[in-house]
Design a protein around this ligand. Structure first.
Ligand SMILES: Nc1ncnc2c1ncn2[C@@H]1O[C@H](COP(=O)(O)OP(=O)(O)OP(=O)(O)O)[C@@H](O)[C@H]1O
Ligand SMILES: [Mg+2]
Length: 259
């Protein structure tokens, strides 16, 4: 484990992040930090800005205002390549798999074990690649006999498992899951939540976007709620309640404490 992955140090941090899409302020003055080994649940209603924030950390969207630090380094213009190089991986809500490739090639994309190198030519060790992809999928409770046929016709749950398995290959600092269990069955949901906990235990920071508060309360250490682009709650799980989380997501009051 490198120094910046010691518990208690922020691996990724942002301050005052604002992002506009035309006249829509999708993210508004967001300041957050993500620690090694910590699972942060990011919750909020549709359109709250969750996916936009995740895409900012993966370098896909550039904030109009604010700063991002990767470890101790402030990064002025975070690109997808820089995020990836730092070890930030994302499983997106709209999965981006290569439909014309098989399960193994999708899981191992860009990380294929090489059998032989002749000058610029690389020959992938297909057997090793299939074995490694199969191992990662089985960790997610997913068994796929066919690792070769293009994934075009695979079920939503199978595609989700492939996307998650791929992200874990390279995520050594931050892994972001945008609705990881939405398309999954009960067994795969449990396996995915287990995997999220195992990845965090290895010292990776984890962000999980979910509308399922059962999932949130079963794995998260910290809950961040967003509403209309702003962070309305950032609290350790033990110091909040479902009622408070829902109130912060919806803006509706609860109990006596709320405004
Ligand atoms: N590429 C884009 N172009 C224009 N507007 C966008 C774009 N992406 C997001 N938005 C807008 O930004 C706001 C936040 O959207 P975002 O997708 O981040 O919400 P979300 O919290 O992920 O919602 P959901 O739970 O529905 O996935 C919304 O008003 C959305 O319409
Ligand atoms: Mg979203």
């Amino acid at each position: 484990m490198t120094d910046d992955r010691k518990a208690g140090q922020a691996l990724v941090r942002c301050a005052g992040i604002t992002k506009y899409f035309g006249g829509v302020r999708a993210v508004n003055q967001v300041s957050l930090d993500f620690q090694a080994g910590e699972i942060v649940a990011l919750v909020g209603d549709n359109g709250a800005g969750k996916s936009t924030l995740v895409k900012i950390f993966s370098g896909l969207h550039h904030p109009d205002e604010g700063s991002i630090w990767l470890g101790d380094t402030e990064v002025m213009h975070l690109t997808p390549a820089r995020a990836r190089q730092f070890g930030i991986e994302t499983v997106y809500q709209n999965l981006s798999l290569c439909d014309n490739l098989g399960a193994a090639a999708n899981v191992m994309l860009g990380q294929e074990p090489i059998r032989l190198r002749i000058g610029p030519l690389k020959f992938v060790d297909t057997q090793k690649s299939i074995a490694e992809a199969r191992r990662r999928l089985s960790e997610l409770g997913s068994t796929m006999e066919d690792m070769i046929t293009p994934v075009r016709r695979f079920s939503g749950g199978q595609r989700q498992a492939i996307a998650i398995a791929r992200a874990t290959v390279n995520a050594h600092r931050l892994i972001q899951f945008d609705e990881p269990t939405a398309a999954l069955g009960i067994r795969q949901t449990h396996a995915t939540l287990d995997l999220i906990q195992r990845v965090a235990a290895q010292g990776v920071a984890v962000i999980v976007i979910s509308h399922n508060l059962d999932d949130v309360f079963s794995v998260a250490h910290r809950v961040v709620a967003m509403r209309l682009g702003s962070v309305t709650l950032d609290a350790p799980l033990a110091q909040t309640s479902r009622e408070q989380v829902v109130a912060c997501m919806t803006g509706m009051s609860f109990g006596r404490e709320s405004a």
